[in-house]
Design a protein around this ligand. Structure first.
Ligand code: ZN
Length: 134
């Protein structure tokens, strides 16, 4: 497995427009696009910073994973994504090393990525996403 960089940091917010005021107006980071990923019931705003990205995540439904996260823990960092060059190989390697995967097959991720989440029980408590993106 070849980890290339921190692909993005996923931050759960209640309201994207409200959150963007802070990132754009206060920090001066430009939002470079918004995408709705229906399957994950999430609306994602992309904010590139240097070689990585902040992704703001707003739930599109009360029962979506981001809504549930905010209900339990409040707004904040929800996951960290590492860029890999081959997601399928990375998943296999993780499984061989005894890491519990939430996704045993790659699935679609915002920004046209192929992603897989690792279970926090295997990663010292963080929701770790592996992401392959061209
Ligand atoms: Zn992500």
């Amino acid at each position: 497995m070849n980890i290339k960089k921190v692909d993005h940091i996923g931050i759960a917010v209640k309201n994207l427009d409200e959150a963007l005021k802070f990132y754009e107006k206060v920090l001066g980071i430009k939002c470079e696009g918004i995408e709705v990923v229906e399957e994950q019931k999430v609306k994602v705003a992309f904010l590139p910073v240097g070689d990585t990205e902040i992704e703001l995540l707003e739930s599109t439904s009360e029962d979506g994973p981001i809504a549930k996260f905010i209900e339990k823990k409040g707004e904040g960092i929800q996951h960290i994504a590492l860029r890999v060059d081959n997601i399928q190989e990375a998943i296999e390697e993780m499984k061989e090393k005894g890491i519990k995967m939430i996704d045993e097959q790659p699935r679609y991720g915002a920004g046209n990525a192929k992603i897989a989440f690792c279970h926090p029980k295997s990663t010292n408590g963080i929701l770790l996403e592996l992401s392959e993106r061209k």
